[in-house]
Design a protein around this ligand. Structure first.
Ligand code: UDP
Length: 417
């Protein structure tokens, strides 16, 4: 079996290990569905192996599909910084942010896409293309692939029309599209599927950790175990609003002693992140209670440990796709304060599984409320954990993907197990 990246070492979890979490019936259903795909190669294609939610999911999903006997593979397109600056602008524009995109940008995007079309090794029966960066690969469909799927992980409900129209020319050529939530979609002529993302409860990012490991991570970063800790884990990206997090924290810290941790890395497909990191450092300078941590890729255990040490986890995004960091936080039973944007609203039912905010003042209010009501904070965290168990674990996601792949070959049928 060919795999384009060494991802097996991440996946020590066996499917049977999920039984205590989701029940035997779920695993049996997955096996039954997987059997329907024998002989088919599923080739995932995206733009990065590390950084961000898409890579996070593929890292876990690919080996689990392989364990089910499905020949799933994962390839990435190639591009230089100039290409990824353009795709980052597209990403922001599709989220509705105003960006100036020139005709040279569109030409560069097409030029690099054509190069990828020539050089990439296509080997799937189902070619599963993730997000806008590789969307143009569909131009290859007359040569290879029985079925082509476009998986959109971002909210394109209110995009810059020029960029959307350009992308749409390619999107409509796919057999089907997949979106994370109903309100993320556009009206399209092709079949549409709605599939929520997920987290893997047994990955290094999410599994239970011994206290010694958690303590060693806190020591490594010089964090005070005794002081309430507010954490946001995110790529350094304007849309994650790290400066807004600092402002909200400063308002709270005036009355309640606490520390803030902004931890994250930079994704290989995001050249903007260094600048955002510098701005965050500058805004935080001189405040010993703010810790800005640049975390290298593949620091799953460290991120897990930080999330588990948090008193409150924030996700004050201005725009968001699904927001896997929120899922991870809820799964760890943490009270979460997050903006009411994108997929966060599917995860946080306000005042039941966490607190939603709409502004810096609102975020500060929610932080104060939780810091002064630990019982209420615990109750929210517990509800949040149950919400994730029911809806956002990888076993549910695997089932949805298997059904999706099978349904491509049975466009008119209902599938019976
Ligand atoms: N993440 C990570 N390292 C970082 C920052 C984020 O591993 O430095 C992970 C984070 O734990 C989560 C994913 O990347 O699993 C981010 O997904 P999300 O949907 O929250 O946001 P995206 O980055 O895709 O916009």
């Amino acid at each position: 079996m060919q795999l384009d990246k060494e991802i097996y070492h991440h996946s020590k979890a066996k499917l049977q290990d999920y039984v205590p979490l989701v029940g035997r019936g779920t695993i049996e259903a997955l096996n039954a569905l997987a059997g329907r795909l024998s002989g088919k190669v599923i080739q995932n294609i995206n733009s990065t192996y590390t950084g961000g939610g898409v890579a996070e999911i593929l890292t876990r999903m690919t080996p689990l599909l392989n364990q089910l006997g499905v020949d799933a593979r994962w390839t990435t397109i190639k591009g230089d910084d100039r290409f990824f600056s353009v795709t980052k602008k597209f990403h922001n524009a599709l989220h509705g942010k105003i960006e100036s995109i020139s005709s040279e940008d569109f030409s560069l995007f097409l030029e690099v896409s054509r190069k990828n079309i020539e050089e990439l090794q296509f080997n799937g029966d189902i070619i599963f293309v993730h997000d806008p960066q590789p969307v143009v690969l569909i131009s290859k469909r007359h040569e290879i692939g029985e079925k082509w799927l476009w998986r959109c992980h971002i909210d394109v409900s209110n995009p810059d029309e020029k960029v959307w129209e350009f992308i749409q020319n390619y999107v409509v050529q796919y057999d089907a599209t997949v979106f994370s939530a109903p309100n993320f979609t556009r009206r399209l002529p092709n079949r549409q599927f709605l599939i929520h993302p997920s987290i893997d409860p047994l990955s290094d990012k999410n599994r239970e950790l011994p206290q010694e490991i958690i303590d060693s991570v806190l020591n490594k970063y010089g964090l005070d175990k005794e002081k309430p800790m507010i954490i946001q884990i995110s790529r350094f990206d304007y849309l994650k609003d790290p400066l807004g997090v600092i402002d909200a924290f400063e308002m709270v810290r005036k009355n309640i002693p606490c520390q803030l941790v902004l931890a994250g890395g930079t994704a290989t497909d995001d050249p903007e992140s260094d600048k955002v990191l510098e701005e965050a450092k500058e805004r935080a300078s001189g405040n010993p209670d703010i810790h800005i941590l640049l975390i290298p890729p593949e620091s799953d255990i460290e991120i897990n440990a930080l999330q588990r040490s948090a008193t409150i986890i924030m996700q004050k995004s201005i725009k968001e796709g699904f927001g896997l960091t929120v899922t991870e936080a809820l799964w760890k039973g943490k009270p979460v304060v997050a903006s009411a944007v994108g997929g966060i609203q599917l995860q946080i039912k306000n005042r039941f599984t966490g607190l939603l905010c709409h502004s810096i003042d609102g975020a500060a209010y929610a932080l104060r409320l939780l810091l002064s009501n630990p019982e209420y904070a615990r109750w929210l965290g517990k509800n949040g954990q149950e919400h994730v168990r029911q809806n956002f674990l990888i076993t549910r996601h695997l089932k949805d993907y298997l059904m999706l792949f099978i349904s491509l070959y049975h466009p008119q049928d209902v599938i019976y197990l």
